[in-house]
Design a protein around this ligand. Structure first.
Ligand code: FEO
Length: 168
């Protein structure tokens, strides 16, 4: 069994992962509307990965004999000031998700819930990778300084993104 506190925190995290998927779908739609199909593809893959994060938490709560309670999902933003703004917002969101995962890790340690602590290690590692990959895109965009040819090349590069095998 999960203690009530961890059950609640994991349900909150499930909601955040579902919101993340919703947010990245909104960002994908924004790129589609601007004919940036590679950036849109990257966001759609990201949205899919977030659904798989939600699924992992959903399964874990059930496996531990606790109850999944779905709450309302917040409406995401639908407009941004451009490609750089979208990825800066993505990084900000991922940093928020990282800190929420860290909070649950702290609770698991306080409650001496070793199983939840081990379960969350995958998410801790995943957040490091997610922040690093978004930071890399932001750095490239800053170097490009809105040069259309370079943006076009990056759009093509991000259009090659595949689902990671752990999340397909
Ligand atoms: Fe599931 Fe991007 O955090």
């Amino acid at each position: 069994m999960l203690c009530e506190k961890i059950e609640k925190e994991l349900n909150n995290q499930l909601n955040r992962e579902l919101f993340s998927s919703y947010l990245y779908t909104a960002m994908g739609a924004y790129f589609v509307s601007r004919d940036m199909t590679g950036f849109a593809h990257w966001m759609h893959v990201q949205a899919h990965e977030e659904m798989s994060h939600a699924q992992k938490i959903y399964n874990y709560i059930n496996e531990r004999g606790a109850r999944v309670i779905l709450e309302q999902i917040e409406k995401p933003q639908s407009d941004w000031e451009g490609v750089l703004d979208v990825f800066q917002n993505t990084l900000k969101h991922e940093e928020y998700v990282t800190s929420s995962i860290n909070d649950i890790v702290n609770t698991a340690l306080e409650e001496k819930d070793h199983a939840t602590h081990i379960f969350l290690q995958w998410f801790v590692t995943e957040q490091v990778e997610e922040e690093a990959s978004v930071s890399e895109i932001i750095n490239k965009l800053k170097l490009m300084k809105d040069a259309p040819g370079a943006i076009f090349m990056l759009d093509r590069e991000l259009g090659q993104r595949q689902l990671s095998s752990a999340e397909a």
